[in-house]
Design a protein around this ligand. Sequence first.
Ligand code: NAD
Length: 435
Amino acid sequence: MSERTSDIAGPSYVEPAPVHHNEPNPFESMMARFDKAAEILNLEKGVYEYLQKPVKQVIVSIPIQMDNGEIKVFEGYRVIHDNILGPSKGGIRYAPDVTLDEVKALASWMTWKCAVANIPFGGAKGAVRCDPSKLSKVELEKITRRYTANMFNVFGPESDIPAPDMNTNEQTMAWIMDTYSMHSQRTETAVVTGKPLIIGGSLGRVEATGRGVMISTLEALKKLGLNPSDVTVVVQGFGNVGSISAKLLKAEGCKIIGISDVTGGYYNPKGIEVESAIDYVKQNRTLEGSNFGEKITNEELLELNCDVLVPAAKEDQISADNAGNIKARLIVEGANGPTMSEADEILKEKGIMVIPDILANAGGVTVSYFEWVQNRLGYYWDIDDINKRHDRMMREAFECVYDTANKYKTTMRLGAYIFAIDKVARTLVLRGIYG
Ligand code: NAD
């Protein structure tokens, strides 16, 4: 869906994005698991309805003057799914086809992820419908600042804390922090996380998600009675999450036999030199043209003979079509929503342990939480402190989910949803319904 500019005089009009129906998507998969977990928990109907709907949905108009002098109006969203456990937390994405429905689903996803990670945050998500590849840096800054100004009563260190997501980065967060601070007439670093280090970002944030994947994998291997130095690992996706997961797992003794990116898969049963592959991607942007292994497709990569599979690229990679062919004993979801709900039962029947996204990739939001804590303390921890605290919280989250899955005799995926929903629902009941 591309933006369409009207030919009438005055500000350009950005066509609202359509709501996509009838297409399976990761959010529907997430909701299917939410429903199953709610059923197992025998969640009271009123509480179920409460937790299904976001508490706040804000749509703002963002008029800016483009570099060519024309005025163009963009649309921005912020959805707060809940603030039961604390201030809401969630990223902001810039995309030409983003819809309010998508933002709502992503906001609820954040609720469950924060609850699983034992972080005192609720869930939120924000977006601006724009195509950053067609905007200059000045235009992006204007959009970001006007979006923030319009959300001044929504964002806040005690109420709602954004972070980067698709097509937003450290620079975007710096503009949000500065705009919010100008309006509140004091520097408010804790209003947003994922900031550059020099203005209150946290050490360890860049590596955090991959580090969490590594910790989750090691904990799962212990439960399976496997030694890291005896296992082979395949990683799909070689960006932030995939490359760091591969690097850290290799450092723990695992043999990385397959990696991939958008250009395809690379298979080497003798083990891939991950650090060299990271350097190669730094220089060449992708793995294309490299000789790290035999060239295969991403589909073949997922079905390789290995012990651990880490999907760390994008959503909907494991479906009912290929789940039956997966040979790994353990899947650790670095990406959000890489497994469609239709594949859950097949993987369960095959006895494959799946560490779900809301647990496996929660390292990122955990270190975001540390950034917020450090901003509020005005005191910054060193990298050893960050890693120690991160690793402890990830292990505790893993144990909570593992115990819940055992208690309800179910999978780690449903265990994670049950643990999260139960915690949020019990807190809701204790706080009571105002009104
Ligand atoms: P990234 O853009 O840094 O890397 C994505 C990688 O996937 C790239 O190597 C790209 O080439 C590859 N890729 C894209 N399409 C592919 C395809 N069809 N097949 C195989 N590979 C493909 O992104 P990232 O930050 O590493 O995020 C990856 C996933 O992890 C996303 O689902 C994201 O939502 C999730 N995630 C990221 C973080 C984080 O902190 N970065 C936190 C939680 C979850």
